[in-house]
Design a binder for this molecule. Structure first.
Ligand SMILES: [Zn+2]
Ligand SMILES: [Zn+2]
Length: 351
């Protein structure tokens, strides 16, 4: 196995190699400590912390309907939410961090720009942090694990805070650049990353301009900025951060060897499929995180749509239906036909 952290450890190696070569499946077990079930009170507290503020947001929207919120603002909020969240989930995460499919340089650039509008740091920094998270999942070197912050409820709250947003206030690890050596060779990613401030401004100007143009008023432009810009950034922020915090604390673990990550239904929906986080940690290179039919995975559907119109190819999936851990080590001959499974990994050059 390569020691270069910029190399996706789960990449298929060659067409003759088994299709699924996830580290968790083919090498020694993860070094993460054995997970202990959270106390009931901690689970209830976590669920409350996630659901109540979101319910409050929905209630605020309902109460403002007709004078501070309308169909126009709902459209701007949802439209910008979906576009920028997909920029993060499909672009930053599945394409650039894990190379779970391939695409044209232009699509890569657009996805990186959309993800940057979510205001979660430049794309290169985001990817470096996330690769570090996978490499050291739930060990003390994980940049945002909710564990290792002490025991009891106080330790849980401290861990939750650190995983959710506290980590962003700590200095960057010195070795961060090593994780994105490959991406720095891509002009599309390098330029998109350098233009991060521009994408932030555009992510606010676009909904504001649309709100003004649709309503023909300055108040419409202001409300467009408020709902499609600021409120949308707030929502995408907390949903993304909840994948780091909630999805390492609360939910099911069908693949218990995959560190302490969890599948969380609520975030499976809100985070456009990213909440099936235990599945993802078990099979990080898979473009599909919702592995069962009922596990909604909007980001995977978006990738399928890109593939349908010829803008994505070599979409990587588990070789066999992952009903059991060992079924995923099967070679192609052992699994069902999977026409879009990647047979070999291409280079990192721009196309
Ligand atoms: Zn994780
Ligand atoms: Zn990941």
């Amino acid at each position: 196995m390569s020691t270069d952290p910029s190399v996706d450890r789960s990449a298929p190696l060659a067409s003759s190699a088994p299709l699924i070569t996830d580290t968790h499946l083919t090498s020694s077990p993860p070094t993460a400590p054995t997970a202990e079930p959270l106390p009931l009170v901690a689970r209830v507290a976590t669920l409350t912390a996630v659901v109540v503020p979101f319910a409050g947001f929905v209630a605020a929207v309902a109460l403002l309907w007709g004078w501070g919120f309308s169909w126009v603002h709902l459209g701007l909020l949802l439209g910008m939410y979906v576009l920028t969240a997909l920029g993060v989930t499909v672009g930053f995460h599945r394409l650039l961090t894990h190379k779970s499919f391939e695409t044209h340089a232009v699509v890569r650039f657009v996805l990186a720009a959309l993800g940057s509008m979510a205001v979660q740091g430049s794309v290169l920094r985001w990817v470096a942090y996330h690769r570090r998270h996978h490499r050291h999942s739930d060990t003390p070197d994980d940049p945002h694990s909710p564990h290792h912050r002490g025991g009891g409820l106080v330790g849980l709250v401290r861990g939750f805070w650190h995983a959710h947003i506290g980590w962003a206030f700590t200095p960057d690890p010195a070795d961060l650049d090593r994780y994105v050596k490959d991406l720095k060779k891509l002009t599309s990613v390098r330029v998109a990353s350098a233009l991060f401030p521009l994408w932030i401004v555009l992510g606010l100007v676009i909904p504001s301009a649309l709100g003004g143009a649709i309503t023909g008023t300055w108040a419409g432009a202001l409300l467009g900025l408020l709902w499609g810009g600021l409120a949308r950034v707030f929502l995408v922020h907390h949903v993304t951060w909840s994948v780091n915090s909630v999805c390492h604390l609360w939910g099911s673990r069908p693949y218990p060897d995959a560190d302490r990550s969890r599948n969380n239904l609520l975030l499976g929906v809100l985070a456009l499929g990213e909440g099936w986080h235990n599945n993802h940690h078990a099979f990080p290179a898979s473009a599909r995180h919702g592995l069962k039919w009922w596990q909604l995975d909007a980001s995977y559907y978006a990738i399928r749509l890109l593939a349908l119109v010829g803008l994505a190819w070599k979409v990587r999936l588990p070789a066999a239906r992952p009903t059991a851990r060992n079924s995923l080590t099967a070679s192609r001959q052992d699994g069902p036909p999977a026409p879009d499974v990647c047979l070999s990994r291409s280079g990192d050059r721009d196309r």
